[in-house]
Design a binder for this molecule. Structure first.
Ligand code: FES
Length: 143
């Protein structure tokens, strides 16, 4: 007679995803290279980014909280990348046109391709999937 609540797995997983990462406070703590494991590479599941119209054609938009950058080509197609720097894992907080600038050591990335434009980073940003649904953008890890 085990009446298991059916809630659970999903609820538990969602709870875990929302929990803060222990030991990684804001700021430079996340910038230490070799801190064990690979640095977070942005969203681990689908995230709603809001209205698709906020990304200009031929431009890009940085979603700091979600750690995602979305670019939109002139033909209207979207591209998305994690905005976690591949050098040492800092969250990138600046977008100049379509160029991302890492606050930690100055690496620069092309927000439309994810490619490195300026070292010390040498690895491109992690590509994400992005879809538009009912006028809203949803980004997440590539399948
Ligand atoms: S973490 Fe070093 S340049 Fe971004």
């Amino acid at each position: 007679m085990s009446a298991r609540p059916s809630a659970s797995r999903r609820t538990v997983l969602r709870g875990a995803a929302a929990a803060p990462v222990a030991g990684l406070g804001p700021g430079l703590a996340a910038c230490s290279p070799g801190a064990g494991g690979s640095p977070s590479s942005g969203p681990t599941g689908p995230v709603d980014l809001g209205a698709a119209s906020e990304v200009p054609k031929g431009g890009a938009r940085l979603y700091r909280e979600q750690k995602v950058v979305v670019s939109r080509a002139r033909d209207g197609s979207y591209g998305a990348f994690s905005s976690v720097c591949t050098h040492a894992g800092c969250p990138i907080d600046r977008l100049e046109g379509t160029e991302l600038v890492c606050p930690c050591h100055g690496s620069r990335f092309d927000a439309t391709t994810g490619e490195v434009r300026q070292e010390p980073a040498t690895v491109p940003l992690a590509k994400l999937s992005v879809t538009e649904r009912d006028g809203r953008l949803v980004a997440g890890p590539e399948a």
